[in-house]
Design a protein around this ligand. Structure first.
Ligand SMILES: CC(C)(COP(=O)(O)OP(=O)(O)OC[C@H]1O[C@@H](n2cnc3c(N)ncnc32)[C@H](O)[C@@H]1OP(=O)(O)O)[C@@H](O)C(=O)NCCC(=O)NCCS
Length: 367
């Protein structure tokens, strides 16, 4: 403890001798910090949706439901389904990344790292990211998957941005892709109405302009697994005739507890990231919510005080594509995004997992 009465300078004689020295040191520290730590900017976005459609009217013929019930309870009108022998999540992811590279005018060999968020990998192993890298010819990239269900894209985006911020890599691709139709029971009306297939991808590159991924808050609570999971096919209950007969390789969801947790989780974390970054609703140009249910999206926007004109919603056309929803929204709205726009990405999903990411948009798209 510092003794009473003794001047502070006597403890730090060299530093505090001259205030101009101190000021210089502070400025130089700040400059060094800002120069040496780039942020990860999203410099391109692209998506892929398979051509086949499954409409609410198609579902009316498959299960006991109605177009009206699905639209009013979820917001979904139709979803895309990947059909074709031997096609999986990696095929959609590869198409999204090919479009991304063409748009940015770079070669796949320039990618340093490719991360794929998915809960519907082509195989339990190898990672779908490895397969995407092979399909697009990303011969110099290392690659891995992240499984955080509907929050997967935010987990992968945050992870990928760290490699740019440290200065280790210059080009990181983050993919969110799911072939949900491969794990949906089309006789279960509680789940088959919600999900669809699709993929989206972004390219992360370093910038010193103050744009890019500026903050993220990510959370998980594994005790929520009882409400949303796949019962069989993992190490606890490997695949067997019995598990197949009991349809245990499909998504199991107890909708109401998931709905309640999603409304609270997504709204709370979105408000938290705004508060942490001193953003008012007026400062936010766009909310990009995970597309699980229109009512969850509305609750999040209203908690943030953000009007519907600033909320990206495409659930009516794609349903819930799990890890694909957020990059698919960015792709759909890309032309309307302006350099410097403050964007909040928010998600909630199985695990439970949830989170929000604060992005300052890095480019204007030529008309
Ligand atoms: C699944 C979900 C749409 C169901 O909506 P809900 O309003 O909670 O509906 P409930 O499950 O309470 O069911 C209400 C009634 O509709 C019926 N119902 C359920 N699915 C139906 C369907 N597809 N068509 C018609 N009726 C249906 C139920 O049987 C129930 O009937 P009852 O009142 O006679 O018992 C909703 O719970 C949800 O969106 N949950 C979260 C989903 C989610 O976010 N999942 C992914 C996490 S990212």
């Amino acid at each position: 403890m510092r003794k009473q009465g003794r001047p502070l300078q006597s403890y730090f004689p060299t530093i505090l001798q001259s205030s101009s020295v101190v000021t210089f040191a502070r400025i130089s520290n700040r400059l060094t910090a800002s120069m040496s730590k780039p942020t990860a900017a999203i410099t391109a976005v692209h998506g892929y949706l398979p051509p086949d459609l499954l409409t609410n009217f198609d579902l009316e013929k498959m299960v006991d439901t109605t177009d009206e019930w699905i639209r009013t309870r979820t917001g979904v009108q139709e979803r895309h389904i990947l059909k074709g022998e031997g096609l999986g999540t990696s095929d959609m992811g590869a198409e999204a990344v090919k479009g991304l590279l063409a748009k940015r005018g770079i070669d796949a060999s320039e990618i340093d790292l490719l991360i794929c968020a998915t809960v519907t990998p082509d195989h339990v192993f190898p990672a779908t990211a490895n397969i995407i890298s092979d399909k697009i010819g990303a011969t110099n990239a290392w690659s891995y998957d992240i499984n955080a269900a509907c929050s997967g894209f935010l987990y992968a985006l945050t992870t990928g941005s760290q490699f740019i911020e440290t200065g280790k890599y210059k080009k990181v691709v983050v993919v969110g892709a799911d072939k949900m139709s491969s794990i949906i029971d089309y006789t279960d009306r509680a789940t088959c109405i919600i999900f669809g297939d699709g993929a989206g991808a972004v390219l992360l590159e370093p910038t010193e302009e103050g744009t890019g991924i500026l903050d993220s808050i990510l959370k998980s609570d594994g005790s929520g697994r009882q409400y949303l999971h796949q019962k069989a096919g993992g190490s606890v209950k490997p695949a067997s005739h019995e598990t197949v007969d009991k349809k245990e390789h499909f998504v199991f969801q107890d909708g109401q507890p998931v709905f309640k947790a999603a409304v609270k989780g997504m709204a709370d974390v979105s408000a938290e990231i705004m508060e942490k970054n001193h953003l008012s609703a007026d400062d936010v140009a766009w909310l990009v919510p995970h597309q699980a249910n229109l009512r969850i999206i509305d609750a999040t926007a209203s908690r943030m005080g953000v009007g519907p004109e600033k909320v990206m919603v495409n659930i009516q056309r794609y349903g819930n594509t799990t890890a694909g929803t957020i990059p698919l929204c960015l792709w759909d709205w890309e032309k309307q995004l302006k350099k410097g726009d403050n964007i909040i990405l928010a998600a909630f999903g199985g695990g439970f997992t949830w989170g929000a990411v604060y992005v300052k948009w890095a480019y204007n798209t030529p008309a």
